[in-house]
Design a protein. Structure first.
Length: 130
């Protein structure tokens, strides 16, 4: 199982995670097409939404130690972006909602680090969300 698939499943089980969007998850609306066309894998990019506001989410990102905050995808290193405060920061809250972006939405481009190291980094930051 690749890192992105495993992280998507792991994030789904976290209490402070509201939702996970990854085409390799059976609850994703495009799962059937992804399963048909994306074999042997579903890609390295996923998004997830925290149960938190914009500040809590930005703080979560800042606490990460292994995962880098960078609005890019497709690197060997795991990268995270908070669209509400970076790529879509010019949008109002209403426009963000219309685009399907919540204040707690994060985009993760999963790299080749050891999966347990990624989980540890995400865990230590999740624990600090109030």
């Amino acid at each position: 199982m690749d890192n992105a698939q495993e992280l998507a499943r792991w994030l789904l089980a976290q209490k402070k995670v509201k939702s996970v969007s990854y085409p390799g998850l059976k609850n994703h609306p495009s799962y059937e097409n992804a399963h048909k066309y994306f074999i042997p894998g579903y890609g390295s990019v996923l998004s997830f939404t925290l149960n938190g506001d914009r500040k809590q989410t930005a703080d979560f990102v800042e606490r990460l130690q292994l995962i880098t905050h960078l609005v890019n995808v497709g690197d060997n290193k795991t990268l995270i972006a908070h669209p509400a405060s970076t790529t879509h920061s010019q949008l109002s809250d209403a426009a963000l909602q219309a685009a399907g972006i919540e204040s707690g939405t994060l985009r993760l481009s999963v790299g080749i680090e050891h999966i347990e190291d990624l989980k540890t980094d995400l865990s230590q930051s999740l624990r600090q969300i109030r």
